[in-house]
Write a protein of this length. Structure first.
Length: 294
């Protein structure tokens, strides 16, 4: 019974304290409002509250300003990065397009230079008929050494026609179709051409050996021959006209036995850069005989 009475007294005392505290807070708030709104001068309580709240407001304001500044700078950096990325992509594409145009221009200039040299050489042939052709394929076999050209029997190409360019002898036509032909290069092992040492006029047979050089055979050891001597076509057999450049003597091996020198000839033609050729057309023998008649 006493416990119940004591508990009721404690509850009343706790309620009384709450009421007193609420009244105090309400009174303080009214005093603060009156001192703020009723007078332009700061009261002591107002000053106390201001001193307590000011640093917090300053920190919050500074943090908010920093966040806004960081947000603005980050957005600017992001926009600049996106803009630079797009500009870089555009410049790379433009550079690639310019490089492609430059390569096409270089190729056109190189082709024009090659064709101009071939045309100049063709003009030196006089009445010798010829057909210009371009290489469109190469034999992958190192020993066979042949190329395919874009001219055939429809353009007057015949089997056995000699093939040259502005640097000299290239080879000979050995297979034809209406629109294409295959040329056996002079460096092929099965190729053989009658030639002369230009200075001494000594005759020999030039053969291919499957590499980028020739071998000159049947030159007697008594013949006058030196490294650097020019080798030209002899004109025998009516295939190659006389005097076409073939190559230059690059090595002479004098063996103690045998009748002939062993001679290596470097081609005047760069077989690794063949592109445009001239097919020399052999004159019609019937026309020649008719012209020879009185």
């Amino acid at each position: 019974m006493r416990k119940k009475i004591t508990r009721k007294r404690n509850d009343r005392f706790r309620l009384f304290r709450i009421v007193i505290l609420a009244g105090f807070l309400l009174t303080s708030a009214l005093i603060f409002m009156v001192s703020t709104l009723g007078s332009q001068n700061f009261g002591s309580l107002h000053k106390l509250v201001l001193e307590a709240v000011g640093p917090i407001q300053k920190f919050v304001a500074a943090g908010s300003s920093s966040v806004e500044k960081f947000k603005s700078e980050y957005l600017d950096i992001l926009q600049d990065s996106l803009r630079l990325r797009e500009e870089n992509k555009r410049l790379v594409q433009q550079l690639q397009e310019n490089e492609a145009l430059l390569n096409k221009s270089r190729e056109a200039m190189a082709t024009n230079a090659s064709l101009r040299k071939l045309l100049e050489f063709k003009n030196t042939l006089g009445h010798q008929g010829s057909v210009a052709a371009t290489i469109i394929g190469k034999d992958p076999s190192a020993m066979f050494r042949s190329v395919i050209i874009d001219q055939g029997s429809n353009n007057g190409i015949l089997k056995g026609n000699p093939v040259v360019n502005n640097d000299g002898v290239v080879g000979q036509v050995f297979t034809i179709t209406p629109n294409y032909a295959k040329v056996l290069l002079a460096i092929a092992p099965s190729s053989a051409i009658d030639v002369l040492l230009q200075k001494s006029r000594v005759r020999g047979i030039l053969k291919g050996n499957g590499t980028l050089t020739y071998k000159l055979e049947y030159i007697l050891k008594t013949a006058e021959v030196e490294e650097g001597d020019h080798v030209v076509t002899a004109g025998y057999g009516g295939v190659f006209p006389t005097g076409y450049q073939v190559g230059v003597v690059s090595k002479i091996i004098k063996k103690p036995r045998g009748m002939f020198h062993e001679i290596e000839v470097t081609p005047s033609v760069d077989y690794q850069k063949l592109e445009n050729l001239l097919i020399l057309q052999q004159p019609d023998m019937a026309e020649i005989k008719q012209m020879a008649q009185p």
